[in-house]
Design a binder for this molecule. Structure first.
Ligand SMILES: Nc1ncnc2c1ncn2[C@@H]1O[C@H](COP(=O)(O)OP(=O)(O)OP(=O)(O)O)[C@@H](O)[C@H]1O
Ligand SMILES: [Mg+2]
Length: 275
């Protein structure tokens, strides 16, 4: 079953312009999928359409086999969590702990389990010391951490991250990405990550590339990165590891093109053993 199945989706904010132009794509259940595209290509709009915050002009959206409509939207939202791009617009609680608790209450988590879950998820994002702080007084990166903690606490079947680690320092980004990856691997949570981070894209299982409200390409990371010229046209980059492996190949080192550093190192080690 697909986690998400979108067919002929059309959406516009205004009469004059179609923002999403007859898009169709599927995201396999349990996959780690990244969505990339230049600014304004429609990534956040798609995320909002998927959870029924915006209404499509035409086309269908199925989430875990269920068609999204007025009747199913609340059931579907029980299964789909989203961390929005702008961390300012997602807090309800007056403290960090309240905010995480609010999400848990909405998902009918028993009161006696809450404190432990709140503490555990705050620790995962390095925000244990801020449980009594007001979310509005936090820095942008701290707000992103809290928003992620709220979603990690609930563990929905599908999580959409809309550039939700964009303000984090490199260490924070790395450690939170590890938490997300754990959730994906251990609990089979479907991850849909909208990102400009090509290293994350390289590590994902499946990539959807948006361009001006349409799907320009989709496939495995290496299939996408082979289209370097098209990516450049869309102002998108390729991962550092790919550039590095290309340089090695140019220098005569006999390895295959690779988009992760681990992959390059592995090939170099094998080469060393052979020689
Ligand atoms: N509330 C709105 N009203 C009218 N137009 C909007 C609104 N929100 C977004 N748009 C337009 O829709 C298009 C897609 O915007 P969207 O936010 O989905 O892009 P994005 O791919 O998420 O970009 P970014 O990488 O900058 O986050 C843009 O042209 C934008 O100007
Ligand atoms: Mg966006």
């Amino acid at each position: 079953m697909d986690a998400v199945n979108v067919k002929n989706l059309v959406f516009s904010y205004t009469e004059e312009r179609e923002t999403i132009k007859d898009i169709s794509f599927a995201i396999p259940k349990g996959s780690y999928t990244t969505i990339i595209g230049h600014n304004g290509s429609g990534k956040s709009t798609i995320a909002k359409l998927l959870i029924g915050l915006l209404e499509a002009r035409s086309g269908t959206i199925q989430i875990l086999g269920q068609t999204l409509n007025e009747e199913t939207v609340y059931t579907i939202r029980d299964h789909v969590g989203i961390v929005f791009q702008n961390p300012d617009n997602q807090f309800i609680g007056s403290t960090v702990a309240d905010d995480i608790a609010f999400g848990l209450e909405n998902h009918c988590v028993p009161q006696e389990n809450m404190q432990e879950i709140i503490e555990r998820s705050a620790a995962k994002v390095g925000m244990s010391a801020y449980l009594d702080s007001e979310p509005t007084n936090l820095s942008g990166g701290q707000k992103q951490r809290v928003a992620i903690a709220g979603i990690l606490a609930i563990e929905p079947d599908i999580i959409i991250f809309d550039e939700s680690t964009s303000m984090l320092d490199p260490q924070g980004k790395k450690s939170i990405n590890e938490q997300i990856r754990k959730l994906h691997e251990q609990k089979n949570v479907t991850i849909i990550s909208i990102t400009h981070d090509m290293e994350e894209v390289a590590q994902s299982e499946y990539v959807i590339v948006l361009r001006d409200g349409q799907v320009e390409m989709s496939g495995r990371p290496m299939e996408i990165f082979r289209q370097e010229k098209r990516l450049k046209e869309m102002k998108l980059d390729v991962p550092f590891a790919l550039k590095f492996s290309d340089l090695l190949i140019k220098e005569g080192v006999e390895i295959e093109r690779e988009c992760t550093l681990e992959g390059v190192v592995q090939q170099l080690c094998q080469l060393k053993q052979i020689n």
